[in-house]
Every structure is written in structure tokens, then in C-alpha cells.
Design a protein around this ligand. Structure first.
Ligand code: URA
Length: 193
């Protein structure tokens, strides 16, 4: 397994899929590398591509808002995406693009060693939990795989678009808070090493 520095360098120069040709920046990840909680989105949008940081556009601001409800923030979670380069026009990342990029995410997960993974939206849930995952039906359900608790909530963009989904997400967030409490996950805002 590569260390953080080597892994990030490898990603910066990656040409494993066609998304590399249109990128301004590889969007590697952000947050606390020692976090007990990891959030996984789908892939960078326009602002993320320009700035090289996940969830910095409108959806990202909304994500920060909903995380704050349960005392989470970029100092006590680590955030990454299924694909690290922007799909053109914000289309869904293709299966082959996800396949090409998953090794990097799996290495990030192995380095962070989170106790809890929260998938943000359908694409991440299908990749991380079950290829048949139905976000409308299955959000908020927990599985435990290799000792890691995994769940999914609606993607922040969906919550921005559709206000009617917010109450269910509020319930899911409370369950995440309860899981953090029950398994003793650390949400101190320690700077990562
Ligand atoms: N949507 C995502 O899934 N990830 C980002 O980084 C930004 C928007």
C-alpha cells in the first residue's frame, strides 16, 4: 500500500480513464486523515474541478450545513469521491471510470481506517454498499462490513433541489449521531498528522 504522499502523487498524474483529459485538477480528498468518519461523494463538479477540493460548490456548502447539525465538519471527517476527476457536464461517472478510480479510494479508506462510512447519494451507495441500491428506499439503512459501519443519505444536490427529502435526511443524520455515540467514534477536531 502506498503512503498518503505517494498515493496523492499517483492520483495527480493518473491517466487511467478518459476523465483525465478534461480535468483542471484531480480532486483527491479533504479533511482529517485520522477521522473515524468518512464521507464519500460521487465525483467533482465544476467548482471542485477548478479548486481541487471536494464539495466546495453549492452542494458542498449545503453539506457543511447539514453536517454541522450533528457536530461534524471538515476537521473531524475525511471526504473523498468515487471518481477524482470531473465527469463532463456533471454526468454520472461511467462504470469504467469508477472501476479505474476505485483502487485509489480503497487505498484512502485503508489509510484513514474509518469506523463509519457515509455514502452521499446513489452513485456512492451503489459502489460502496450494493449495486442494486435504491437511495429513495434504502437511505438510512446500516450495514457492517469488515467492522466498518456503512450507510447512505441523499446527495446534498438532491436535497438542495428537493426540499421534501430533507426531513428524512434529518432522521438519517440523527441515526448517524446515534451510531457515533454507540460505537464510541471520535469526533474531536484534532488536526490530522
Ligand atoms: N458532488 C459530489 O459528489 N462530490 C463533490 O465533490 C462535489 C459535488
Amino acid at each position: 500500500m502506498q503512503n498518503w504522499e505517494k498515493l496523492q502523487q499517483t492520483c495527480q498524474t493518473c491517466t487511467r480513464c478518459e476523465l483525465c483529459s478534461g480535468r483542471h485538477n484531480v480532486v483527491f480528498g479533504v479533511g482529517n486523515k485520522d477521522a473515524d468518519i468518512m464521507l464519500i461523494g460521487e465525483g467533482p463538479g465544476e467548482q471542485e474541478d477548478l479548486q481541487g477540493v471536494p464539495f466546495v460548490g453549492a452542494a458542498g456548502q449545503f453539506l457543511d450545513d447539514i453536517l454541522s447539525i450533528i457536530d461534524l465538519n471538515r476537521e473531524n471527517v475525511y471526504i473523498a469521491n468515487i471518481v477524482k476527476c470531473r465527469p463532463p457536464g456533471n454526468r454520472d461517472p461511467k462504470d469504467e471510470e469508477q472501476d479505474a478510480c476505485m483502487e485509489y479510494l480503497n487505498q484512502q479508506i485503508a489509510l484513514v481506517r474509518p469506523k463509519i462510512i457515509v455514502c452521499l447519494g446513489r452513485i456512492a451507495a451503489r459502489r460502496m454498499i450494493d449495486p442494486e441500491y435504491r437511495i429513495t428506499k434504502d437511505h438510512g439503512i446500516w450495514i457492517c462490513r469488515d467492522g466498518v459501519w456503512i450507510t447512505a443519505i441523499y446527495h446534498p444536490s438532491a436535497l438542495l433541489r428537493d426540499v421534501s427529502k430533507r426531513p428524512e435526511t434529518f432522521e438519517d443524520l440523527l441515526e448517524i449521531r446515534e451510531k457515533i455515540r454507540r460505537i464510541g467514534a471520535n469526533i474531536e477536531e484534532k488536526p490530522s498528522a
